[in-house]
Ligand binder design. Structure first.
Ligand SMILES: [Zn+2]
Length: 208
């Protein structure tokens, strides 16, 4: 029997300093590349996908999306191009599901619904599966991901992202305490007022 599997290979591609949202100050980071490889007898033979980059803080060891390195001193009002935003918000929602530790059929259809709402068109399972797999293997927690990318989102985009994250966190009508905490952290990182937060939750409940 030939033993076939897969593994992730990591490589540091850049080092520097950044403002870490967890350490709340200037810290060193390593920009690392992850690439999945097909293994035979545990020997990596062929890449299975493209390399993906993530930023790792040398202080707290937390992982962030590489876009955190573009984070400006002030927030941008213009917002992000719609398609790019939809993809980032759906990834944040997928990370809320990943935080639970398991995926159900109901989670997948919830993410499809959230995706349809964000993109304005149906999202099929295949690209959704790729997004979830990449989000899972990069091991960037939902909160860190939002802290990395949300500086490019406009206020309405922030509300739309909050809505998607709430939907993903509350699949099946169940909202455990750790998910409530995560949503509250995200609300703070997104600078949403109580009213904006409530609006986002209300529109999410309408979509359920
Ligand atoms: Zn840190």
């Amino acid at each position: 029997m030939i033993l076939i599997g897969s593994m992730n290979l990591h490589r540091t591609v850049q080092r520097g300093d950044f403002i870490c949202p967890q350490c709340r100050g200037l810290e060193s980071y390593r920009l690392r590349a992850r690439r999945p490889f097909l293994t035979v007898y545990l020997i990596p033979l062929a890449p299975l996908g493209n390399r993906e980059l993530f930023v790792q803080c040398q202080g707290c060891k937390q992982r962030f999306d590489e876009r955190i390195l573009e984070r400006p001193k002030r927030d941008v009002d213009r917002g992000l191009e719609a398609e790019l935003f939809a993809e980032e918000a759906l990834r944040a929602a997928a990370l809320m599901v990943i935080a639970k530790g398991h995926f159900t059929e109901e989670d997948i259809s919830t993410l499809q619904r959230a995706g349809e709402d964000l993109f304005g068109r149906p999202v099929s399972r295949e690209p959704l599966g790729e997004l979830c797999s990449s989000a899972f293997w990069n091991r960037i927690p939902a909160i860190n991901y939002v802290q990395s990318v949300a500086h490019r989102w406009s206020q309405p985009q922030r509300q739309a992202a909050m809505k998607a994250c709430f939907l993903a966190a509350s699949t099946g009508g169940d909202l455990p305490p750790d998910q409530i905490q995560r949503l509250e952290s995200i609300r703070q990182d997104l600078n949403l007022t109580d009213e904006e937060f409530e609006q986002a939750i209300e529109s999410a409940v309408e979509l359920e």
